[in-house]
Design a protein around this ligand. Structure first.
Ligand code: OGA
Ligand code: MN
Length: 372
């Protein structure tokens, strides 16, 4: 627990909100000494090594999705949070570039849905990458250029598209889930003791340096016995993991590029939030994230061209991307269809975000999940 931050909290009050504000504050900047850093994590009173199942994933299967052999992963549990597993950057050197390019260039493409679709016609959101790539690089001499579509991107949904208005998934709002992201999620969950994970929905959040994500619980999925997986790319963040009620003071931890979190068991339905984005530490800086040569580390992912990587770098040097992958349904179950009226409302442009209510409350802006 963040000792200093927690000591400010009196019993009975919304401790989570108080600590959220503590880390979000700009002036004076918050003291970060109580933020757990798994990166240099020495097992101690709150961090302990998590047991994985290296036999569940072969080295070849791991390499195919850009992961190190499972025996080389540094995975931790956190005292007081059963089912929470933090894997400190299990990616092969060089494979970051592939996943960052997928998040910026591939996953925002149709038929996936993004915040820009809420007020732009499909033709205008058809090629977000193509329309942004050139301008993103143009460092205009002192003059402010209009934001590119990529810079306006706040969220993308995959698979069962989350309906921010009704806070539900539905059978008739679904497109094919990307096979590569499913494969990555499948290997990680298998190594963590959850075989047969089915990636059915994902939300990608795009954070600028002044963005935050409000306090919430992810409870819209119908099967809470399946873990929730979270990937971080680009700049770092402070992640707050709380309890089952807002009075429980959360634990603060850093998420750096490549870090993976698994929220399962009792930790699956805990309050959490991202109060702050921070510059990546030197060892996770951009120059260390670039694409590997084909021979390096046995990576077998499709290569990222220098041209694409240059665009990714320009974007990611001030941004963070988070991907959460969810299994929505218990095996053999299906979702109800959404009545057409509610679909129309969504198409009409109302978007909701996570706010301090803990449930995803409605907002009328398209900044949705990520509050800036
Ligand atoms: C979410 C979420 C956390 C993060 O999308 O539900 O909690 O690290 N994201 O951005
Ligand atoms: Mn969440």
């Amino acid at each position: 627990m963040a000792k200093m931050a927690a000591s400010m909290v009196e019993s009975g009050e919304d401790a989570f909100r108080k600590i959220f504000k503590f880390y979000k504050r700009r002036e004076p900047p918050p003291d970060l000494r109580d933020v757990t850093d798994f990166c240099c994590g020495v097992p101690g009173d709150k961090i302990f090594p998590a047991k994985l199942d290296p036999a569940a994933v072969s080295d070849e299967e791991a390499a195919r999705v850009g992961l190190k052999p499972v025996r080389d992963w540094r995975a931790f549990g956190l005292q007081g949070y059963p089912g929470f597993i933090f894997i400190s950057n299990p990616f092969l050197r060089g494979s970051h570039a592939f996943w960052i390019r997928q998040c910026l260039k591939t996953y925002p493409q149709k038929p996936n849905i993004c915040n820009l679709d809420m007020h732009m016609c499909p033709a205008d959101t058809q090629d977000i990458w193509g329309r942004s790539a050139h301008d993103l690089g143009s460092a205009s001499s002192g003059k402010r250029r209009p934001k590119t579509l990529l810079e306006k991107l706040r969220w993308v949904t995959l698979g069962y598209h989350y309906n921010w208005d009704t806070k539900t998934y539905s059978a008739n709002n679904h497109t094919v889930f990307p096979a590569d992201l499913h494969s990555l999620s499948f290997q990680i969950t298998a190594a963590c003791g959850f075989p047969e994970f089915s990636s059915e929905a994902a939300i990608l959040n795009y954070y600028r340096s002044d963005s935050s994500l409000g306090i919430h619980v992810d409870e819209s999925e119908l099967d809470h016995t399946r873990p929730l997986l979270s990937f971080s790319f680009g700049q770092s963040a402070i992640f707050l993991l709380g309890g089952t009620c807002r009075q429980d003071a959360p634990t603060a931890m850093f998420m750096h590029s490549g870090d993976v979190m698994v929220m399962s068991g009792q930790s699956r339905l805990l309050y959490h939030a991202v109060p702050r984005i921070l510059p990546a530490p030197q060892e996770r800086a951009l120059e260390n994230l670039g694409p590997a040569s084909a021979q390096q580390d046995g990576g077998v992912l499709e290569p990222v061209s220098d041209e694409d990587w240059a665009v990714c770098c320009r974007y990611i040097q001030s941004s963070r991307v988070n991907v959460t992958v969810r299994q929505v349904l218990a095996p053999g179950r299906s979702l109800p269809e959404t009545p057409p009226a509610s679909l129309q409302r969504t198409a009409g442009g109302q978007v909701v975000g996570y706010h301090d209510g803990g449930k995803r409350k409605r907002s009328n802006s398209d900044s949705n999940t990520v509050e800036t």
